[in-house]
Design a protein around this ligand. Structure first.
Ligand code: PEP
Ligand code: MG
Length: 571
């Protein structure tokens, strides 16, 4: 019999398939006590299970590559942190020791206790964090019973479950699962964020789905509206096919742009660079006609491992990116560990009171000459295989740039003397992401060849709003009059001095911001290849002269609402 479930659309897309139901196994446990003599064994059994999960998370982390390592990795790290949370662990031990509960039941009690705290929170995002606790506790429970907590998906199926972990989503998609429906969860959860970037349809909060849907039932899932239909009728199927056609039409239109120039309606070519971290990104960037790689974040070679990569390993990695871009320029950013990019090699300090304002980026490189020279040597050797630029993160003073320039020149001379093929020119650029570098740009722009604006950090430092602190909500936004004025000044200074300037923060990849950045004078964007075609389409709809004429009105905006009204008027 046809039945509708109204959930919340968390990731767009339409799917038709047979259901695969995963019942919540984690905490279907009844109250169970243990004799006092068995307490220590039980505590040990629990800790052995936690160790198993720790290893699982570590293995999973190592299996993630490229963009996935970046996006899923954050969630896996968060879960790994929860596993080590002293309150969670102590609470569990206490329940076993003083309550004489079996480990399974202790997990259940502890979960309910934490859920009680979360459910009383006002903030919807924080409330949704209980999903993370559930996923971690579910894994420990599975490990207690020596079964894998990972889902096995089957190509063409739609998974129906209580909640889904971000790392599972990536696996499910690789296995060909069409969509996911969860009875709990929130559109603000990490899983939802990830599903959107994976383009995997997801409906959350379909409360009674688990009770009514059985393995093999046919479902239609609309990740846009949140509607899930069990045993769809002819009209449902028609609506699904219609959505698919629309989606396909959109993809086809976008794909036609692969070989088209990124040209505004008044005939100005805009340069689209790619942000790349993996081989896949590089191949995609090349196929989509990116001008080159505008930001290669080398720190991903340094994270998730205990030993520093040596010169040869780095050289091979950089060389392969250069070869993959077949003559288009590759911008290699020197190491930017520290703050939110914590490494395990012992390089970044771990006891800084305020790591975002600490020894990160170029500051760290300049204090670790051995590590920095190794990296520069690898980059310079890669320049023998195609055009390379060096980009320096977290620059705040002219002296930093001069020090890097000196090292780069010395390393290049040494390598040449040793018989290596080294490019005659390796342009040196600075990330503009510290307000001091932005405001004081004219004092050192003569010492650099190009610049790249890192809006992710520039916004955080300018607004004193942590880029990863969800509690700040809308405070962290590029749509602040101060941010726009600063961007306008940086771009104008660079244009006046004839230096190439791109924006390489996430802002550059969002088609909504394209008219705004064009109005401010930007001619180069660097973004993840995933949205490159969407951005190209948006730019091809823009009249550059008209937008630039409207820049003064944009810069007069006194609030986010006024900036949004300006953006709206351009659509
Ligand atoms: C930025 O800060 O905008 C940037 C591109 O660098 P990252 O996100 O790697 O800090
Ligand atoms: Mg940055």
């Amino acid at each position: 019999m046809r039945h509708e479930f109204a959930g919340h659309g968390a990731s767009r897309g339409s799917a038709l398939g047979r259901a695969r139901v995963r019942l919540p196994h984690a905490l279907e446990v009844t109250e169970e006590h243990i004799p006092a003599a068995a307490v220590e064994d039980e505590v040990q059994r629990l800790h052995a299970a936690i160790d198993v999960v720790r290893t699982e998370m570590r293995d999973l982390r190592q299996r993630l590559h490229g963009a996935l390592a970046h996006e899923v990795g954050e969630f896996v790290d968060l879960h790994a942190l929860l596993l080590d949370d002293p309150e969670l662990l102590q609470g569990l031990d206490d329940l076993i020791r003083t309550g004489l509960y079996a480990a399974d039941y202790a997990l259940r009690l502890q979960r309910d206790r934490i859920a009680g705290v979360f459910s009383s929170m006002d903030d919807a995002y924080l409330r949704s964090r209980i999903d993370d606790i559930d996923q971690v506790i579910g894994r420990i429970h599975a490990a207690l019973h020596r079964r894998s907590a990972d889902l096995q998906g089957v190509a063409g199926e739609i998974l129906v479950t209580d909640s889904v972990a971000p790392a599972e989503l990536a696996q499910l998609q690789a296995q060909g699962v069409m969509a996911v429906v969860t009875s709990a969860g929130s559109a603000l959860s990490h899983s939802a964020i990830l599903a959107r970037s994976l383009h995997l349809p997801l409906v959350v909060g379909a409360a009674t789905a688990l009770q009514r849907i059985n393995d093999g039932d046919v479902l239609v899932v609309d990740g846009g509206s949140g509607l899930v239909v069990l045993e769809p009728n002819a009209a449902d199927l028609r609506a699904h096919h219609q959505r698919l056609r629309e989606h396909k039409r959109e993809r086809r239109q976008l794909n036609r742009l692969r070989r088209e120039p990124t040209r505004t309606t008044d005939g100005v070519d805009i340069k689209l660079w790619a942000n790349a971290e993996s081989r896949e990104d590089v191949a995609e960037a090349h196929a989509l006609g990116a001008a080159g790689v505008g930001l290669y974040r080398t720190e991903f070679l340094f994270l998730q491992r205990n030993e520093l990569p040596d010169e040869d390993e780095q050289f091979r990695t950089y060389r392969d990116v250069v070869l993959g871009m077949t003559g288009r320029t590759v911008t290699i950013r020197t190491l930017d560990v520290g703050a939110d990019k914590a490494d395990r090699t012992g390089l970044a300090l771990t006891d800084e009171p305020n790591p975002a304002l600490g020894l990160r980026g170029v500051r760290l490189s300049l204090t670790r000459a051995d590590v920095f020279d190794t990296q520069l040597r690898a980059i310079v050797r890669a320049s023998g295989y195609g055009p390379v630029r060096v980009l320096v993160p977290m620059v705040s003073t002219r002296e930093e740039i001069l020090a890097v320039r000196k090292r780069l020149t010395r390393v290049s001379d040494e390598l040449r003397a040793q018989g290596h093929e080294v490019a005659a020119q390796i342009p040196l650029g600075a990330m503009i992401e510290v307000p001091a570098a932005a405001i004081g740009l004219s004092s050192f722009i003569g010492s650099i060849d190009f610049l790249s604006i890192g809006t992710n950090d520039l916004v955080q430092y300018l607004l004193a709003a942590d880029r990863n602190n969800e509690a700040l909500g809308e405070l962290y936004t590029p749509l602040h009059p101060a941010v726009l004025r600063l961007l306008s000044t940086i771009i104008a200074t660079a244009n006046r001095r004839g230096k190439s300037v791109a924006v390489c923060g996430e802002m550059a990849g969002d088609p909504l911001f394209a008219p705004l950045l064009l109005a401010l004078g930007l001619n180069e964007f660097s973004l993840h290849p995933g949205t490159l075609l969407e951005l190209r389409r948006a730019i091809r709809d823009c009249d550059l002269a008209q937008l630039r004429a409207r820049a003064p009105a944009l810069l007069r905006a006194r609030s986010r609402a006024a900036i949004e009204a300006w953006m709206h008027a351009q659509l």
